[in-house]
Design a protein around this ligand. Structure first.
Ligand SMILES: [Fe+2]
Ligand SMILES: [Fe+2]
Length: 332
């Protein structure tokens, strides 16, 4: 689309009247600096939407500096009419020989998380699962083309635990572990989706508990432990969601040697997806910065899972996780 045409459809005067629902969020890190950007980028300021960058303009250092640190990762928007242009732009960047795998990993991560934010809010979980498929396919393609880049896909800056980042990171680890275990492509796709939605039941846990800074008390913990059951109930409201996807959600807090929740089942009674997500979920929790802890290094976390928490995880999966860790450490 030409620059002129884009500007015509988004005249400044009409912008303020548009509802935020007409826009979708993007991360500025998915936009290449010093190259023409083929879509308009907007900012929400004091409840109003303003143009930050016109289609055809370039994102310069000066432009970024003018924000005075406003790049919170949440404040940039593109109009829904230009969604396809944005997607094609991201796809083109992912296929460009001029962009390093490091940068590609950031683009893929940040563009996926923006989509996830929307999907996780969606009341129609079945549709959200369906729409998450291209994210998983893109991730698998990237991991195939750049097998050593898995570590670059993981957020390197300490992030909050209960965010989309957690679900995304658990998916990356799960896909890495699934690959190491020799899962076929179709199983990997389902595993990726199920990992993204493993904590969907947390929707029904009060926000003050999810975001509490510090350890939970007994009553809060009791509520938190309901999230696998809440998740299963949510998934059961929709037809044709596979048992594997339900298992990752309902069984990811079970323990290989028993004593987990909510069913207290053990060993092979737990679905392979449940066993696998149990491992990648804990691993992410241990290596992630939370408000009250210091994150562990990848090898520290895995050694602790092997030595102090052994028995909780499928031993073959735990062993395979070391090869995933090797890639992560190599990348960081
Ligand atoms: Fe969970
Ligand atoms: Fe989780």
């Amino acid at each position: 689309m030409s620059k002129k045409k884009v500007r015509q459809t988004h005249k400044r005067g009409t912008i303020n009247k548009m509802s935020p629902l007409e826009y979708f969020r993007i991360r500025l890190s998915t936009v290449q600096p010093f190259m023409e950007v083929p879509f308009n980028i907007y900012l929400f300021v004091d409840g109003k939407i303003v143009t930050y960058l016109h289609a055809g303009d370039k994102l310069t250092d000066e432009k970024i500096n003018n924000l005075h640190g406003k790049d919170t990762g949440e404040s940039f928007f593109v109009h829904n009419d230009q969604r396809q242009i944005y997607r094609e732009y991201v796809r083109k960047s992912m296929n460009s020989a001029d962009i390093s795998n490091n940068v590609k990993a950031t683009i893929l991560r940040e563009s996926s998380i923006a989509i996830l934010e929307e999907l996780f809010e969606s009341p129609d979980v079945k549709k959200a699962l369906e729409e998450s498929k291209p994210i998983i396919t893109d991730l698998l393609d990237f991991m195939e083309n750049a097998p050593d880049s898995i570590g670059n896909l993981i957020s390197l800056t300490g992030h909050d635990f209960y965010t989309y980042n957690h679900s995304f990171d658990v998916s990356i680890y799960s896909l890495g572990l699934g690959q190491a275990l020799g899962f076929d492509k179709k199983t990997l796709e389902e595993l990726g989706q199920s990992s993204l939605f493993h904590d969907i039941g947390k929707r029904n846990v009060p926000l003050e508990i999810l975001c509490k800074k510090g350890p939970l008390n007994d009553e809060e913990w009791q509520k938190m432990r309901q999230h696998p059951t809440y998740g299963l109930n949510i998934l059961n409201q929709h037809e044709n969601i596979s048992d594997a996807i339900k298992a990752a959600c309902y069984e990811h807090h079970e323990s290989w040697s028993g004593g987990g929740y909510p069913q207290d089942i053990s060993g092979h009674e737990i679905h392979p997806f449940g066993r696998l997500v149990a491992l990648t979920d804990t691993y992410d929790a241990m290596t992630t910065q939370r408000s009250y802890n210091t994150p562990m290094k990848p090898s520290e976390a895995l050694n602790m899972m092997k030595d102090k928490l052994s028995g909780r995880y499928d031993p073959d999966m735990l062993k395979a996780m070391y090869s995933v860790l090797f890639k992560i450490e190599k990348a960081s």
